[in-house]
Design a protein around this ligand. Structure first.
Ligand code: THU
Length: 160
């Protein structure tokens, strides 16, 4: 028996102003998407924007449903759009932002486990890392260099 430590490297930015300009622009697109989220039940609005290698920007937001499990997270709304519209184009950067009607979201909001799994599929498929930046409405921004960093020990096609 041996213990192995898995490390998750992150980059912590004090605020959105510290991000590279192209990422700030992408975050602006995510904020716009966040503002049109359909989240009448949780009142928690999530917006995301993906930069593809062909320059296209794909956005998504959460879409809730009175039958709660039938709703969908912003990240999966966007990644399936990217996968269906641009199946052979790599995703370079994903940015995510969240706000709430109940209280200010000042901490970075990481993608949920289900979204990490869904996104991980596409990173593996394209054989190239996707940088992920996530934040609340204000405050710090966290960057990870890949989905793999967010989801170590992922389930993937190698098990099938
Ligand atoms: N949500 C997302 O859109 N992305 C995540 O990664 C976490 C959660 C949404 C789902 C639901 O509409 C609301 O946030 C509250 O969970």
């Amino acid at each position: 028996m041996k213990k192995i430590e898995l490390k998750t490297p992150i980059t912590l930015y004090d605020s959105v102003e510290e991000l590279p300009f192209d990422v700030q622009n992408l975050m602006n697109e995510a904020v716009k998407a966040r503002n049109t989220a359909y989240a009448p039940y949780s009142k928690f609005h999530v917006g995301t924007a993906f930069l593809l290698e062909n320059g296209e920007i794909i956005t998504g937001n959460n879409q809730e449903n009175a039958a709660y499990p039938s709703g969908m997270c912003a990240e999966r709304v966007a990644v399936w759009q990217a996968g269906s519209r641009f199946p052979d184009v790599k995703i370079k950067i994903i940015v995510i932002t969240a706000s709430s009607k109940s209280n200010p979201v000042t901490q970075p909001v990481a993608p949920c486990g289900g979204c990490r799994q869904a996104l991980s599929e596409y990173e593996i498929k394209q054989n190239e890392n996707i940088a992920i930046y996530f934040m609340g409405e204000t405050g710090n921004v966290i960057k990870t260099e890949s989905l793999h960093d967010l989801l170590p020990l992922a389930f993937d096609k190698s098990f099938l």
